[in-house]
Design a protein around this ligand. Structure first.
Ligand code: PMV
Length: 326
């Protein structure tokens, strides 16, 4: 191919973050805010490097695969580390031009790095006429995240590649769940991103220091996730199931607080959402900054408006589709 375009969605974690790092299950949903990656071939005599551009991120760079060097022309390099690592694994080094269009806020805990990685792998597979194998792409994307971040569960990359509402089992099996949470969930995000690596390390340290206290907390989160899975594996969520889900979210929030990943801004958003009518609200993702989610059937507008007074918020449009080849 001379040009290939692929996109992948962001995600939000509904239950089980942090516990998933200790091998516990988690539930996450793909959010229809996408990273769209286009790969174009370039004539080799113009410039032997790989060029990368993203208007939406105001980012421009040249990537030298041989030297592993990123020459930043404009913007911040964060996401480029994922692109570079992906190129090492999936590209032969021939000169190409990569364009990235980001339709999601970066650093808001929506899994932007996973979405960019998954979309880049899919675009490169298509570009090189390789078969698009979703599970394979999810696996490679997880390896990229591990290399760049040091620690990462396969949750973000699995949800971004497969799409839909997903239960990630203890042994990393992906089980699609039936529910459609459309119109019920609001995501509130702070302007400062928590550092996932630091948050994960903090929980690990607390667990190493006080296993007799932290293990029951982690086990409780596992039980919450398992109960939520039962609630969510139905076509239609009735009021009773919805209320149980809300309560499970609130208990999960208390346990995330106990794990030490809550901060004032997140706590404020959690309570503002409940005050505006959410039946459940909790941190989503690593905490320390980032985002919260609120379950608010019939009250999404009220919750959105209340959160927007202090921070940013969006309604979560879920995506049944993961990778799309355009
Ligand atoms: O903050 P996020 O969206 O990267 O989510 C991190 C979720 C953790 O469970 C804390 C870590 C992980 O790798 O699963």
């Amino acid at each position: 191919m001379t040009q290939s375009t692929a996109s992948a969605p962001g995600k939000t974690i509904l239950f089980g973050e942090h516990a998933v790092v200790f091998g516990k299950p988690a539930i996450a949903a793909a959010v229809d805010r996408r990273a769209i990656v286009t790969v174009n071939s370039k004539k080799s005599n113009i410039n032997s490097n790989i060029t990368f551009q993203s208007r939406s991120l105001d980012l421009k760079a040249e990537l030298d695969l041989d030297k592993g060097h990123i020459k930043l022309i404009r913007g911040q390099s964060g996401i480029l580390n994922y692109v570079m690592e992906t190129l090492f694994k999936k590209h032969d080094g021939s000169p190409i031009d990569i364009q990235l269009e980001m339709k999601m806020p970066v650093g808001a805990g929506l899994g932007s790095s996973a979405a960019v990685t998954v979309a880049t792998i899919a675009a490169l597979d298509d570009f090189h006429n390789r078969k698009i194998e979703i599970s394979q792409i999810a696996k490679v994307a997880h390896k990229v995240e591990l290399t760049v971040q040091g620690a990462a569960s396969p949750l973000d990359t699995a949800v971004s590649a497969h799409g839909g509402l997903i239960f990630l089992s203890k042994n990393f099996e992906i089980v699609p769940l039936k529910s459609d949470l459309k119109d019920y969930i609001v995501i509130g995000y702070t302007s400062n991103r928590g550092n996932t690596g630091e948050m994960v390390a903090g929980v690990k340290k607390r667990r190493d220091l006080h296993p007799e206290i932290m293990d029951p907390i982690i086990n409780s989160v596992e039980n919450i996730t398992l109960k939520a899975k039962d609630m969510l594996d139905v076509e239609t969520l009735n009021t009773e199931k919805m209320e149980i889900l809300g309560e499970l979210m609130n208990i999960n929030q208390g346990l995330l607080d106990a794990m030490g990943v809550n901060i004032l801004e997140l706590s404020k958003m959690v309570y503002i959402a409940r005050d505006a009518g959410a039946i459940g609200s909790k941190i989503t993702g690593a905490g320390g900054g980032g985002s919260i989610i609120a379950l608010c059937p019939g009250k999404t507008k009220d919750v959105l408006n209340a959160l927007k007074i202090i921070e940013n918020a969006i309604q979560a449009d879920f995506s049944k589709k993961g990778i799309i080849i355009h």
